[in-house]
Ligand binder design. Structure first.
Ligand code: 3NM
Length: 205
């Protein structure tokens, strides 16, 4: 993957959407998102066959627009449907194991400090997500908002490594995240709750 793939990184699950999720995704793809992560979480999250069917529909759309399609946490599903990769957190399997399972595919890791960053980079992650930068309503167990200071440090320490900022990012504050050294912004609500998705994505770009 290229660092520029992270520019406008859209994350979505069915629970994030007021509108039909596949309509939201296609709209976002048409409007120029550069990366998509399926993150199916919450009390009414799809599971089993219905999740697989939904994931395949998302994958088909992403292929049509030539945008990488990766899955959050669910390693088995990502392997089964041959997704472009997976995004894992600190509570998932060790990076070395994930790297081996996703040989030649994209592995993203959420990191929050120097040690996690070092382990991810040395373990062969393709990119890291750093957050939450700002307060977020979209992740039940999110850590407190951290601002951009760690992201700036990570950029100084790893000048060429792909980094995306996440958490509470909007069209108003995205420029601060990019100025701190992120290659792009990862968002759920900025796009899912936008009254004008095309305008929002244009502004994020
Ligand atoms: N991960 P929104 S914050 C999925 O800090 C996720 O690792 C985070 O949603 C982290 O753009 C977050 O609506 C939620 O704030 C991002």
């Amino acid at each position: 993957m290229k660092r520029s793939d992270l520019a406008v990184y859209f994350i979505m699950g069915t629970e994030n959407c007021k509108d039909e999720p596949l309509v939201v995704l296609e709209d976002a793809l048409k409007s120029g998102i550069t990366f998509f992560q399926l993150r199916e979480k919450g009390a009414n999250a799809l599971t089993g066959e219905s999740l697989e069917k939904f994931a395949l529909a998302c994958q088909t759309l992403c292929k049509e627009y030539n945008v990488p399609f990766i899955i959050n946490d669910n390693v088995q599903l990502a392997l089964k449907i041959n997704a472009d990769g997976v995004h894992v957190g600190q509570d998932d399997a060790p990076i070395a194991q994930i790297r081996e399972q996703f040989n030649g595919k994209i592995v993203g890791v959420s990191v929050h400090n120097d040690e996690e960053m070092k382990v991810a980079v040395e373990g062969g992650a393709d990119y890291v997500g750093i957050g939450p930068i700002y307060e977020t309503q979209s992740k039940a167990d999110a850590k407190p908002a951290a601002g951009v200071s760690f992201l700036s440090k990570a950029r100084r320490d790893y000048q060429d490594f792909p980094i995306v900022g996440i958490g509470g990012i909007t069209t108003e504050n995205a420029s601060e995240v990019l100025a701190a050294g992120a290659d792009g912004v990862a968002v759920i609500s900025a796009i899912c709750q936008s009254a004008d998705r095309r305008e929002t994505i244009n502004l994020l770009k």
